[in-house]
Design a protein around this ligand. Structure first.
Ligand code: HH2
Length: 256
């Protein structure tokens, strides 16, 4: 899954693809580089990020979605707002990636009838508050239980299991140690019975381990992607598609 941030303030590429033409070109490049899914977001969710008004989020992403109609890959939209979900699906999105696991009232209803895929992600708190001393008694068990309940709710709303993906939400209300524990135990999330998505690309845990600023986290991010794939992740959400494809090719050479 290749990331397209149509935002002025995303943590690693804020402002680079705010112009719709730049975002469209970037999405096409990610597909050429081998992305199987393109994930378009109009709101940064970095720690401390302020919420973006709904109209502004739509103004950023809808023109990009409309321009990508001819792309023969699923287009995902990273949003928490039911109205944005509806507008995105009408404009051609076929997956909704909600970092809040469809907690907003009516959000599951907004997508259930559409036939789209959904990504249910765990987050503790909100982007504005999530990194204020997050605490868990057992991070793996708690995140798993949360996702199990999110899958149950999604299915209850009429979303078929083969349309559901889960994500432990690396960096969303988690310390470096929590992220490493979750990555180490990622294989256990297979119990949930649906594909697991992992998003570690360029994140601060990579920076903490390597001591590198955000522009220099490619090698660390590739190592993270490989470790996630090794532990069963079926989708890796990354900024650097070409390089990650090479990692996957090497892994597949050994595993197929
Ligand atoms: N991470 C980010 C955003 N959306 N969605 C899922 N499912 N999983 C993730 O790990 C995830 C996500 C943060 O990365 P990015 O979009 O590059 O940054 P920002 O939120 O600052 O735009």
């Amino acid at each position: 899954m290749g990331v397209v941030n149509v935002t002025p303030d995303s943590f690693s590429d804020g402002g680079r693809y705010l112009d719709p033409a730049a975002a469209i070109e970037h999405a096409r490049r990610l597909v050429e580089e081998g992305a199987d899914i393109v994930d378009i977001g109009g709101e940064s969710t970095r720690p401390g990020a302020p919420p973006v008004p709904e109209e502004e989020e739509m103004r950023r992403i809808i023109p990009v979605l409309e321009a990508l109609h001819d792309v023969d890959r699923p287009i995902s939209v990273d949003t928490r707002r039911p109205a944005v979900m509806k507008a995105a699906l009408a404009a051609g999105a076929s997956m909704i990636n909600d970092i809040g696991a469809f907690a907003e009232p009516y959000s599951l209803l907004s997508v259930a009838q559409s036939g789209c895929a959904v990504c249910l992600m765990h987050m503790k708190g909100t982007p504005a508050t999530m990194q204020r001393e997050p605490h868990y008694a057992d991070v793996v068990a708690e995140v798993k239980a949360f996702l199990k309940e999110a899958v149950r709710r999604a299915k209850f709303s009429g979303i078929r299991e083969d349309r559901i993906v889960v994500d432990p939400g690396f960096g969303f209300g988690k310390t470096v140690q929590h992220n490493l524990t979750l990555l180490g135990h990622l294989g256990e999330f297979a119990d949930l019975g649906v594909p697991v998505l992992a998003g570690l690309s360029r994140k601060s845990t990579v920076g903490w381990i390597t001591g590198r600023p955000v522009q220099e986290r490619l090698a660390g991010s590739l190592a993270m992607a490989l470790l996630a794939i090794e532990r069963g992740a079926k989708i890796v959400r990354v900024h650097d598609v070409k390089e990650t494809q090479d990692v996957i090719a090497v892994w597949e050479a050994l595993n197929q």
